[in-house]
Design a protein around this ligand. Structure first.
Ligand code: ZN
Length: 330
């Protein structure tokens, strides 16, 4: 009997070794497993490699899988983000169940004048985040009631005309106001039909940065000190973002796993949100996510964040991140 158990274990182990990509071990995949559509792992900003990976994957025979397959063949997938988003909206209307999140998001993305929150979009987003995000991640109430001698006001708002084209996703800003006070703002994109399922974890990411407002204010005029602080704070913020996403996907997998959208990060393709999140989770766990972010993201012009040979993040910064003992970012 014992020999039999050992053999079964050996067979399972060999199976795992033979198929290192096919595993449900990561949290996004585990949360989305029941949806029936396998997760395809993608490479950051590499459209061609991702197209090949998607075309080679066996996606199964669900309606969503059939829709994705038909979008990818015959002929090339359109390259314009707008066209891809149109396809995504079509799929989301067809396959996702009616829900508060879906209705609000689709209503918003079909609205032609996406500025200054005409339909109470900000309120909808905050209400949804309050409702769906667990207390551990809920930094919204804290931000909205923040009182501090340094701070004149806190604002969460959609991007307006002045921000258009500048904000992809969401951002947190500290800007000087009168009397050496600072205004704290979390601004999210409303120029590209960003769906709400995508925005809730991003909003929590920015609110996580906002909690470190004292450090952002202290380094306001020192690019190097600011960048060295920010790269470590990014690790913390991305970890919170991923924890938020996973808890949303566990609670509401039909929306947060299957939601289709046009991704920029993975090369302007039509993909379910779960693919982007699972790929990000894998990059985080492999320890290369923050290095890639420092190398290619908004901090790419700050070479002192990397080792002199540019092969890794600077040792002291990496140590600070490791010492945070985060769940996802290593
Ligand atoms: Zn950030």
């Amino acid at each position: 009997m014992e020999g039999f158990v050992v053999n079964i274990r050996l067979i399972v182990l060999l199976g795992i070794l033979a198929n290192p990509k096919i595993t449900w071990a990561n949290d996004v995949q585990a949360a989305c497993k029941k949806r029936g559509l396998p997760v395809v792992m993608l490479t950051y900003r590499d459209r061609d490699a991702n197209l090949r990976a998607i075309e080679a994957a066996s996606l199964g025979s669900s309606d969503l899988a059939k829709f994705l397959k038909s979008a990818y063949s015959p002929g090339p997938l359109p390259k314009s983000e707008e066209k891809i988003q149109e396809l995504a909206d079509l799929g989301n209307k067809k396959f996702l169940p009616e829900s508060e999140i879906k209705t609000l998001s689709l209503e918003y993305s079909s609205h032609e004048k996406k500025i200054s929150d005409p339909r109470g979009y900000k309120k909808a987003l905050l209400d949804l985040a309050n409702k769906f995000v667990t207390n551990e991640h809920n930094k919204i109430a804290w931000f909205q009631t923040l009182q501090d001698p340094l701070i004149s006001s806190t604002v969460i708002r959609p991007a307006d005309e002045k921000d258009l084209g500048e904000i992809y996703g969401a951002t947190m800003r500290t800007s000087p106001s009168s009397d050496s006070h600072y205004k704290l703002e979390v601004v999210f994109s409303n120029n590209a039909s960003e769906p709400i399922p995508y925005l809730i974890p991003l909003l929590i990411h920015e609110l996580s940065h906002a909690q470190e407002y004292k450090e952002f204010v202290r380094t306001a005029n020192d690019v190097k000190a600011r960048s060295e602080f920010v790269i470590v704070d990014e690790a913390r913020a991305f970890d919170v973002q991923m924890r938020t996403y996973v808890s949303l996907a566990q609670k509401n997998p039909e929306i947060f796993c299957d939601w289709l959208y046009a991704t920029w990060s993975y090369g302007d393709l039509l993909i379910p949100l779960s693919w982007a999140m699972a790929s990000m989770e894998e990059e985080m766990r492999a320890g290369r996510f923050i290095y890639d972010y420092a190398k290619r993201g908004v901090l790419k012009d700050q070479p002192y964040l990397l080792k002199p040979d540019k092969t890794a993040l600077r040792g002291d910064l990496q140590k600070k991140i490791t010492d945070l003992k985060l769940r996802y970012v290593k």
